[in-house]
Design a protein around this ligand. Structure first.
Ligand code: NOJ
Length: 531
């Protein structure tokens, strides 16, 4: 779905994350599948996105719902077959959409044949593909590292009388990226999918791919328990990760227009920026700082400026408000009176800032988190960490239609359908030109046809308290944006220039003919493309 010369789909376009279990169930087993996604491609086309990231669809015991991979080169029968996948990639491609797979290089499932082999004896040829260590004195684990999912990061194996390392669940043993054979085997898995025509990869917990070679203890933080009770200086963000990324980049560069976006779950922009290397590491690195921002103009401005200051010239920012690991932003920023308006302002911000926007399925209709009754909880971390951090509420089925199963399944959905599905769904919003869905479509279309919005530089426009305003500029193309985060009317001075096109988050109010001083209602945003 190109637009003009030099259009690069993953940089100039908009990407969309699907959590496959919850997008569309075509076979009535209550879990979404590839055929379901294929049948709903029309929705993605009409939204106007350029690429789709699928959370993992590989064979998996599903202890962490696919982030425990048992075979990197196949499709789990729950989701379909390789044939279904090829068909999806082909049809998506015909519609101008690239598919991005979720590659999980830091750990496998404990049922992956490599791990089964590795744990089969102390002398297995694949022993060193994972981290096996003798116990410390008195049988204690080899070091003090804690798992991100709670408890120690080491699991005792009776048969071999050694511990193995797992930075997440004990069913997710960590891979050793210092072993050259493992590196070769993992590179082969990338080639397998690249040859099948995927557009690229989202790389899971990339900052945990390499660890301190000496496996030194992490410094403890006195008085804090759980995974936050230590400074993860030796088990994450090890500088050697960058050499591994250069290897992956070289491989990707052997193919046309492929990309990698890495999950760098670090909240220090300067560290995240290092994952771009000198244009020889990641194409995109997730910047998750918005996930922790308050609903506050100054907070978002601060995050944008912080990242702008460090992202290298060869790099390109990412914009993320929601994903499968955090509460949906329409819930985070919900408000009895202003919730709907805020979702619209958030959409305008996400789709007009500099960087590649990543939408999370359902945000285009304002889906909220769904409360999960105790007996339907699925996410393992609700058990291993704390019920309050369970991620099921943001993973519930896509709301397509106003029927009891939301048009998602003919069976019993694996997670409950949101209670608001009867009034918040794609079918209803499709018929209402003032809906959030239509705002997303129009914002994406405006971004596509306005070079300033998809490629332009970013500059903050100083504004009144509560307003976040900025200019985007690329050659002759100029756009200005003002977002009122406050609950009172505000004025923003957007400078000189005639207005050629634009959008308001509140429908019905006409656009001004000239830029200048623009009046914004409470929780209202405006984007203006100048002549
Ligand atoms: C990050 C993924 O986004 C999350 O869903 C998963 O549980 C962990 N990595 C472990 O793979």
């Amino acid at each position: 779905m190109g637009s003009g010369e030099n259009w690069l789909w993953w940089r100039d376009g908009v990407l969309y994350q699907i959590y496959p279990r919850s997008f569309m169930d075509a076979n009535g087993d209550g879990v979404g599948d590839l055929e379901g996604i294929r049948r709903r491609l029309g929705h993605l086309v009409s939204l106007g996105v350029d690429g789709v990231w699928l959370s993992p669809v590989f064979p998996s015991p599903m202890k962490d719902f696919g982030y425990d991979v048992a075979d990197y080169c196949d499709i789990d029968p729950l989701f379909g077959t390789l044939g279904d996948f090829d068909r999806l990639v082909g049809e998506a491609r015909d519609e101008g959409l690239r598919m991005i797979l979720d590659w999980v290089p830091a750990h496998t499932s404990d049922e992956h044949p490599w791990f089964l082999d590795s744990r089969s004896s102390r002398t297995s040829p694949r022993k060193d593909w994972y981290f096996w260590r003798d116990p410390g004195r008195g049988g204690v684990p080899p070091n003090n590292w804690s798992s991100a999912f709670g408890g120690p990061a080491w699991e005792w194996d009776e048969a071999t009388e050694q511990y193995y390392l797992h930075s997440h669940l004990k069913e997710q043993p960590d891979l050793n990226w210092r072993n050259p054979e493992l590196v070769r085997a993992m590179h082969d898995t990338l080639r397998f999918w690249l040859e099948r025509g995927v557009g690229g990869f989202r790389i899971d917990v990339i900052h945990r791919m390499l660890k301190d070679p000496g496996l030194r203890d992490n410094p403890e933080i006195p008085g804090v328990s759980g995974p936050g009770g230590q400074k993860h200086i030796h088990d994450e963000n090890h500088p050697d990760v960058h050499a591994a990324l250069r290897g992956i980049r070289t491989l990707l560069d052997g193919y046309d227009e492929r990309m990698a976006v890495g999950e760098v779950y670090i909240f220090d922009p300067a560290e995240v920026a290092k994952y771009y290397g000198k244009g020889d590491e990641l194409h995109l690195a997730f910047n998750f700082c918005f996930l922790r921002s308050r609903w506050d103009a100054a907070a978002f401005r601060h995050e944008v400026e912080r990242f702008e200051a460090v992202v290298p010239e060869e790099g390109w920012p990412t914009l993320v408000l929601s994903n499968h690991d955090v509460p949906r932003h329409a819930s985070r920023y919900d408000h009895p009176e202003w919730g709907e308006s805020r979702a619209r302002v958030a959409a305008m911000m996400l789709l007009t800032l500099r960087g590649t926007p990543f939408l999370y399925y359902g945000e285009e209709i304002g889906m909220r988190n769904t409360p999960i009754p105790e007996d339907r909880v699925k996410d393992p971390i609700a058990r291993t960490l704390h019920p309050a951090v369970g991620r099921d509420p943001e993973r519930t089925p896509m709301q397509w239609e106003p029927d009891p199963s939301a048009g998602f399944t003919d069976g019993e959905p694996w997670l409950p359908i949101g209670p608001d599905a009867v009034r918040r769904n794609v079918a209803l919003q499709e018929r209402d030109r003032t809906s959030l869905l239509w705002l997303y479509r129009e914002l994406i279309a405006l971004r596509r046809r306005t070079p300033a919005l998809h490629r332009g530089r970013y500059e903050t426009i100083d504004s009144a308290d509560g307003v976040f305003a900025y200019e985007r500029r690329s050659g002759e193309s100029v756009a200005r944006v003002a977002l009122n985060f406050s609950e009172e009317p505000r004025e923003a001075d957007l400078g000189p220039g005639g207005v050629m096109a634009g959008l308001r988050t509140h429908r019905g109010t006409p656009l001004p003919e000239r830029c200048g001083r623009v009046l914004l209602g409470p929780s209202e945003g405006i984007v203006l493309a100048l002549v």
